[in-house]
Design a protein around this ligand. Sequence first.
Ligand SMILES: [Zn+2]
Length: 160
Amino acid sequence: MKAALLFGLEDLRVVDAPDPEPGPDEVTVRVVSFAPYGTDLGVYLNRGGRYPQPYPVGVGADFSGIIDKVGAKVAGWQPGGRVSALTLAHCGTCPNCQAGRTNLCLDPAFTPPPRQVCCQEVTPVFARKLARLPNVVTFDDAAMLGGIAGALNAFDKMRP
Ligand SMILES: [Zn+2]
C-alpha cells in the first residue's frame, strides 16, 4: 500500500509499505477519505505534545472507508461495510469507558492513547471504535465525524 509518513520536520513522503493485518479485535479499513486537523499540523511541525514519537511517523486520524478484513474475534462487522471510527483508542472495560467517556479511559495502555494514523491506503482499527455509516452519509462528511462529535458534545455540555 501507499502511506504518507513524516521522516522529519516538514519532510512528508509517500512510500510503499506492507498492508497491515488486523489483530484479533481489529478490522482493517481501506481509507476513502480523511480530514486533517490541528493535531496533524502539530505532528507535521514536530511540536511534540501528546504524541511524541520517533520518525518515521504516520499522519491523519479522522477518516472514513470500507472494511477490508476482519480479525478473528470480531463479531458484527463484515468486509465491505461503510465505516468511520473514533480517533482515540480506549479499553472499553474501565469505569470511564463503560460510562461512555472513552476519551478518559483509565487503562494505562491508552494514557496517552496511541495515535491512530490513516493517511495511508489501509489502516487497522479496533472494532469497538467503529461507527456504521448509513448510505446517505458521504465518505467526505463521515471523515469529519470526530470533529463534529467533539463540537456537539461541547455544545451539549455548555447548554447555551
Ligand atoms: Zn477504558
